[in-house]
Write a protein that binds this ligand. Sequence first.
Ligand code: SF4
Length: 508
Amino acid sequence: MPATPVREFNVVVKDSSRVDILFGHCYPSTYRVGMTSLALQILYSTLNAREDTSCERYFRHQTRSPATSIETGRPLRDNHIVGFTLTYEEDILNIIQMLEAGNIPVLAKKRCEEDPIVIVGGPVVSTNPEPYADFIDAFVIGDGELIIHEIVNEVQDAESRIEAITALSMLHGIYVPSASPESVGRNMISDLDSLDYPIAQIVPDVETGSKLEPIFGKSFLLEVTRGCGHSCKFCLIGHVCRPRRTRSLNKLKELVKLGLEKTPVRKVSLIGSSLGDMDRLEDLVCWIVDQNVDVSVPSLRADSVTPNLLECLVKSGQRTLTIAPETGSSRLRKVMGKGLDDDDIDNAVKLAEAAGYSSLKMYFIIGLPGETDSDVEDTATMIRNIAQHSTMRITASVNPFVPKAQTRWQQEPQPEIEVLRNKIKQIDEKVKNVPRVTLETLDLRGARVQAALSIGDRSLGKVIQAAATYGGYGGWRRAEKESGIRFLTLANDTEHLSKGFPWAYLRE
Ligand code: SF4
């Protein structure tokens, strides 16, 4: 029985007895989050375009079962290849739980000929796959589209599972832990225009506000840029997804026209980091709005907004401008390489107000390397000043610094939880009585887990496996205690990295 939670458009159903390769694309989170993933749309469309392959989807939550597909109820373990996209480190627990639910041995070394080959891709594993190495047969390092056909071809041609995995280990941009390679390269697409793009995207037929509605609403996902040309010292994208690549304006317009013919929506969600760096973003947005189609954009760099761009966005229904000053301290912004000064931020706020935005979302990081009390005070002052000089509702999202592998701040420690808590308190005290300001913070304990997984090594596999059994933050604590492996405080000092990086074999 299919595990379809709702009716969907553009679903592909094939007779599995008439294809050679069954591919299970798994998103280790909710249906709602997974259906917002561009990677899912790209892989689904690319794989199903092959006559010899059937790709079906699996989600961890909000479907009848994580072990049967949305399309036809195909059991997870019936696939030849089970591929996950890992966007957030903590979702490794969902991967393990999905494998367990699907009766696939959790440890790669315990899998046998009848088991699927388990592959994981995404930016998290492209920078440090080591903590997950016990569970995964092969990792995709870098852009997945470049290698997906080769993966399918190798599995199709191989006479056995082991032969297939060995063949995968020879491919550029594939890391097979059991092969213990000395070096693994990363795949990087140079020309986005030359890539096939998913035109007929899958969209659920749900009401606005439904818990199954994708995060950006029912929309056509349009990838405008990939990577980033800046290199903020804390940012993973700014280090491993360089250089920034952009589709041409003509190509983007063509994709919108074709996409809206095949995807029954009247909204385009632009995807890309540092979108404002695209030369003709304003032309693109205003052109889409002129077609009577809504547009949504993710966060914009404060120095890239223009009056006309914001007016077009407001015309298309956007009411919240999102920017990421990262810190109220101009000194610290300079140190991290953000390249934004206070005037850029003030100017963006004024333009948003003038264009008719009703709210502003700002992202800040606390616990940054070299941060002083005075820097934290500057963040509180910035939030308060902006709120006092505008009529917009202000949401300040204040999140802890997480050292990420392969960034210039990979060896900088995450402050202890008490220190972070005090910094949040310092900001809260200064803004709590300011009208129209809401302070949001991530769970600090979750940030500790994320930090440990970001810079950890293969020994963390034991902790992860036990934590997946217990669940929740308490599960991580218990897993740490029982395994005797340091985990929750691993990123509070990064001394262990001075002996070498667990991901040292990964190359450009
Ligand atoms: S924080 Fe934004 S601007 Fe800086 S490197 Fe990352 S994506 Fe680019």
